[in-house]
Design a protein around this ligand. Structure first.
Ligand code: NAI
Ligand code: HPV
Length: 635
């Protein structure tokens, strides 16, 4: 058997006492259950936590999987009270959004448009909403997530840049962040080209001066605004992504020589456009025009500063339609004053709007626009629909393709893994209940038996659910795919994964899942392997999760209801004895499996029960002389 290590998440955080500020879920809400998996947990819960107490969209353009809610509604009587009273999800739109997007949102939830909210007002109102849709003007800070008190499930950024959203805080609070990355690309590129050409020919300055001069003196100044030509000049595109590539394409059409710097851009895309990828220094030192198209990140923050301006060709011209923060604005003013930078055309600023006395905005060699890159009618309609679809999809429990802070799990992987999702959570729950109290769980190993190779086995979903199963019973955390790894880290839980090659049908992604907890004692010592790890293993059989191994014992019991594990002397009459005690207390046995390692020495019984036995019943079982140990587990 070949074992392959898949991945691991490690951390050393040990503060177990601090409650995590996570939102509450409607765990157990029937509305949040997936029908296709016979599953008692939901992808909704998993992706965004109980976000789906909502009716199905009416006539919406959202392309989506049929939701659990829809299936459930369909199977309910028409006049079902609970269905009628289900509140619609609430959506706050805090900046101007195209009508088509608003219509789509309104077809699904209750939408409130509250433009120009102050940060305080946003915090005061946010607790009423399941979703928030913003553009670049709303700062979605940690305070906003705190004020949401767990209600907020998704933040939709109607545009590309998500630097105004505190992603770390969103992740910690289990809130999904989605953006609309494609609909404004052309608009931003066209604005970049407009600024490039307008700056080169002093269009804005000439326009302003002509209006002012004609009004007051009637003069006609033609010599002051002599420009520079673009043809044959070198343009450096800094950030060769969607917008950068489109600017490059257009600049080529203007006869410019285009080079680009982007550490992550594929060379073939550049080659296809006739663009040479060069180093940062080569780009800035050889270009006549430098156009910025990278995101604002800690790495790119003020990446254009005194030192970088000093490396530029004297008389360089700069265009920025990306983010103001990539430029040290004071350094740019100095470079303009010294003539290193001849001109700058800026759509974006470190602080928006910039202060009234901004030297940069006032500079005579600077052309400015108030963050208009995405502001075309076409782009705004497109962005609005793109973000509305993503937000509605997220509220319906789908993992959006534009999720910014969650792993993207394609729908086909989701549906294939759905039965294992249930199994994974139950194994996590069982494993943690087998751990002896008092000692913190720090190390969990998950072993997947699979005939697939590691690359085609996407285990993020499964891992998240194991984490959920382990952590939720012992804390107040509510775990979903967004925050599972983060919370595991917070709790000091190291999860390592291993794949063991087995000869099973390639149609099923996973044959078995084994969860091992190391370095803790067990309440049920028979669950320990020789290496001292608590170990349980499960499989999906006929779509249902089964427990198939406890420690070294093979069992086979469907994971439904609750579970007894008994270890007893392997002798006749044990099944009857325990069965009688349960029967006398009206506890119905649903499944039973007996396993032993050595005949007449030791055996274990795994007994599924529909009802939780009372204390007296448990006491009676404990008093059976041949029973060495037993544990009652809540599934
Ligand atoms: N002014 C406006 O209204 C608009 C501004 N934008 C901004 O334009 C920028 C680009 O947007 P897209 O092209 O859609 O994003 P994108 O993600 O497609 O492209 C960004 C590119 O920057 C590259 N990059 C990252 N770090 C870099 C670094 N240190 N040096 C060089 N390149 C680096 C990435 O590899 C990526 O290829 C973003 O900042 C976005 O917020 C986008 C749309 C409208
Ligand atoms: O999409 C982006 O990154 C933008 O900068 C556009 O911003 P806006 O939505 O126009 O505030």
């Amino acid at each position: 058997m070949a074992a392959t290590s898949i991945s691991s998440a490690t951390n050393k955080l040990t503060d177990r006492s601090r409650p995590l500020p996570l939102h509450t879920t409607a765990a157990g809400s029937s509305a949040a259950r997936l029908s296709f998996a016979n599953s008692s947990i939901s992808i909704q819960k998993l992706a965004i936590s109980a976000a789906s107490r909502n009716p199905a969209p009416r006539g919406s353009a959202v392309s989506a999987l049929k939701t659990a809610r829809e299936s459930e509604q369909a199977s309910k009587p028409r006049n079902s009270d609970s269905a009628e009273k289900s509140p619609k999800p609430t959506v706050l739109v805090s900046e101007k959004l195209g009508e088509a997007g608003l219509d789509l949102l309104r077809s699904y939830g209750d939408v409130e448009c509250l433009y120009d909210l102050s940060p305080e007002d946003l915090c005061a109102r946010i607790g009423e909403f399941d979703a928030l849709i913003v553009r670049s003007g709303t700062k979605v800070t940690r305070q906003v997530f705190e004020a949401a008190k767990g209600k907020l499930k998704v933040v939709g950024r109607a545009g590309v840049g998500i630097d105004n959203v505190d992603l770390q805080a969103a992740t910690e609070f289990g809130c999904l962040v989605v953006n609309a990355p494609t609909a404004n690309t052309i608009a931003a590129a066209e604005h970049g080209i407009a600024l490039l050409a307008g700056m080169a020919r002093n269009v804005a300055q000439a326009d302003a001066s002509m209006k002012a001069v004609i009004l007051f003196t009637g003069q006609w100044q033609r010599t002051k605004y002599v420009g520079v030509s673009l043809v044959g000049k070198t343009l450096a595109i800094m950030g060769f992504g969607k917008v950068g590539s489109e600017v490059a394409r257009r600049a080529k059409g203007l006869g410019m020589h285009v080079i680009a710097h982007d550490p992550y851009a594929p060379a073939d895309r550049a080659r296809a456009l006739g663009v040479e990828l060069v180093s940062f220094d080569q780009a800035i030192s050889t270009a006549d025009f430098v156009s910025l198209h990278m995101p604002l990140t800690p790495t790119t923050n003020k990446i254009f500063n005194d030192a970088t301006f000093a490396k530029m060709k004297k008389g360089v011209r700069i265009i920025n339609v990306a983010r103001g923060g990539v430029i040290d604005e004071d350094a740019l003013v100095r470079a303009l004053d010294e003539g290193i930078v001849a001109q700058a055309a800026l759509d974006v600023f470190t602080k928006e709007p910039p202060s009234k006395d901004s030297k940069l905005v006032q500079h005579e060699n600077v052309t400015v626009t108030p963050h208009l890159g995405a502001s075309t009618k076409e782009a705004q309609e497109g962005v609005a629909v793109e973000i509305a679809e993503a937000v509605v999809g997220a509220l319906r429990g789908e993992l959006s393709a534009t999720a910014v802070n969650a792993p993207m799990v394609p729908p086909e992987v989701m549906s294939e893994l759905a039965p294992y999702v249930t199994l994974a959570e139950k194994l996590g729950r069982l494993a943690v209940q087998l751990a002896a109290g008092g000692s913190g769980i720090q190390s969990v190993k998950v072993v997947y038996g699979s005939s697939r190779d590691s690359d085609s086995l996407d285990t993020r979903l499964i891992r998240a659910m194991i984490v959920k199963g382990i952590i939720e019973p012992i804390s107040d955390a509510h775990i979903n795919l967004v925050n599972a790894d983060f919370i595991a880290k917070q709790k000091g839980l190291r999860i390592s994964e291993e794949k063991v090659a087995v000869d099973s049908s390639p149609d099923s992604p996973i044959d078995s899942i084994q969860v091992q907890i190391s370095n803790v004692g067990s309440k049920f010592e028979s669950a320990l392997l020789e290496n001292g790890n608590i170990s349980i293993e499960g499989r999906v059989k006929d779509g249902m999760p089964h427990l198939t191994r406890v420690g070294a014992f093979s069992v086979d019991v469907s994971l439904e209801g609750n579970l007894f594990l008994c270890c007893q002397v392997d002798q006749p009459g044990m099944i009857g004895t325990v069965g009688n005690i349960l029967g006398e207390s009206n506890v119905n046995v649903s499944f039973m499996s007996v396993s032993r390692t050595v005949k007449r020495v030791k055996a274990i019984m795994a007994i599924g029960v529909d009802e939780a036995p009372d204390k007296e019943t448990l006491k009676k079982i404990g008093e059976v002389p041949a029973i060495e140990e037993f544990v009652f587990l809540d599934l």
